[in-house]
Design a binder for this molecule. Sequence first.
Ligand SMILES: [Zn+2]
Length: 304
Amino acid sequence: MTKRLLDAIKERPLLADGAMGTQLMIAGLEQGSCGEVWNLTHPERVLAIQRRYVEAGSDCLLTNTFGGSRIMLNRHSHADDVVAVNTAGVEIARQAFAGRDGFVIGDVGPFGGLMEPYGEFTEAQVLNAFREQANALVDAGADAIIIETQTSLEELGLGLSAAREAGAPCVIGSMAYDVTLDGATFRTMMGIDPERAAEFMQEHGANMVALNCGTGMDMERARQAVIRYRQVTALPIMAQPNAGQPTLVEMKVVYDETPDQMVAGVVPLLDAGARIIGGCCGSTPDHIRAFRQAMDQFRMAKSL
Ligand SMILES: [Zn+2]
């Protein structure tokens, strides 16, 4: 990798990848088992998924390390594998680019619990878990770290400082918003508005502000979030919406937006100012391939 991610997005918008979790299930991961440990036990399957995203046109891959913190891995009795899981996650993603230019974004998801006084984890435990994971990702050569699917500023702040202290070349904070019941607006489960989140991320040293996942956050809602971010920060923006809404079909969770439906939102999202676009839950290599075409047409139209 020659060019740094933050320099690259000044020149042109970049395409990230789609969902990992749903792809792991298709590849045989059982519900409730640990997908991150597949970096060690089934690296060829993780690699095959990421290769499909690269072939579809992804410029950036998120490592298969969403649940790769000690607290998360401990639930599957794999706490001793933190460094190995995260190191392998970076190596597999790098390998998926097969020598092509591409950015490996180290993925850090929520620790999956509550902190004191509401839950059993101390702030120090959570910070240490994020530090350990962030250090492993940076040491393995990640081009950035994304602290994603965040709903509380407390946890987000710990993740951002861990990524910063680890020396990540780019630190991305990403919030999961839910559309309110009346449909009027969206905020995180913990009640955080996009404006507050973006200000907080900027104050806490993020290099990029992002949103991903959430409930009811389709491409249009993602566009609205980008616009609201832009009103309070000049930091670059990344968006990874879900492929619509989850629905139960024959006891399986299926996301209801096809590539054709979702791709209609790509140019509006770019026009709103998003510099990295990808997909979260339910998005597939087919979605990413459609995004690639739309982004290439956008670039030609703007002579980027
Ligand atoms: Zn998601």
